[in-house]
Design a protein around this ligand. Structure first.
Ligand code: FPP
Length: 248
């Protein structure tokens, strides 16, 4: 399917292209942003949280249906306690703000990842936000917290194996659709576009199963400096790609 509505080449703008349904963003580069300014890493995360607010709002405004952001990975617990504490405070601030201030919003909030590691306070804010927003009709915003693609697959495999052991399912009935249905993103389309700012060429354990046919756009901008124009650039780059899904 052509992703251009009108023009073929240069000077494309958002009105000329077909937007992806689902965008994933690896919000990378907060630490380097802070270091460049002689600031503690936590200052980079604070700035990154502001960028997250701005870009999530922008995605919703331009009509993106699903946005998944990588906020904290299963590996991020290896960071210094001070940095982890700062991140947990930022999550708490955002979740409190979302409950308080976003009453008239259309965004549906979802959290993907293993929640068991979070404080009871954070856990109840996550639950409250999901309950409060689940009937809305706007963009689904998945915040990946204590998320790892491999851990997600292990959890899915355990659940499927249990169903087989209980005799509810025969091994030959295990299909790609069944695996997808056992992931945190059950019922959602796979990401079409994954954006990684900060220039790193890695998946970093993000949406491993779901990103099988995602287009990656790697950008040389640190996440706190990422703007709406950078998102436009990624969308235009995405529209120029020829997606074949293994066909010709
Ligand atoms: C990776 O950059 C970023 C993270 C591990 C944290 C992402 C968190 C935020 C953007 C802020 C809070 C989010 C919400 C949802 C309120 P890095 O620290 O690894 O950067 P570096 O590679 O430059 O060190």
């Amino acid at each position: 399917m052509p992703l251009f509505k009108k023009k073929q080449q240069q000077e494309l703008s958002l009105s000329d292209i077909v937007l992806p349904e689902h965008i994933g963003i690896i919000m990378d580069g907060n630490g380097r942003w802070a270091k460049k300014r002689g600031l503690p890493r936590s200052a980079g995360h604070t700035a990154g949280a502001q960028t997250f607010r701005k870009i999530a709002r922008y995605c919703s405004d331009i009509g993106i249906k699903y946005l998944t952001v990588y906020a904290f990975s299963t590996e991020n617990w290896r960071r210094p306690k001070e940095e982890i504490d700062a991140l947990m405070r930022l999550f708490k601030d955002y979740l409190q703000e979302a409950i308080r201030d976003f009453k008239d919003d259309s965004i549906v909030l979802r959290f993907i990842g293993d929640r068991s590691a979070f404080s009871p306070e954070l856990l109840s804010l996550m639950n409250e936000n999901e309950e409060e927003s689940c009937d809305r009709d706007g963009m689904v915003l998945n915040i990946a917290m204590n998320y790892g693609g491999r851990a997600e697959l292990v959890t899915a495999i355990q659940s499927i194996a249990q169903q087989a052991a209980d005799g509810v399912l025969k091994p030959e009935e295990i299909s790609e659709a069944l695996v997808s249905d056992n992931l945190y993103t059950k019922g959602q389309p796979d990401p079409d576009l994954i954006i990684r700012p900060s220039g790193e060429n890695r998946t970093s354990n993000f949406l491993l199963w779901q990103s099988a046919y995602a287009e990656y756009v790697i950008m040389d901008v640190l996440w706190p400096d990422f703007t709406e124009r950078d998102l436009d650039k990624a969308l235009i780059e995405f529209a120029k790609r020829n997606r074949r899904f293994g066909g010709v």
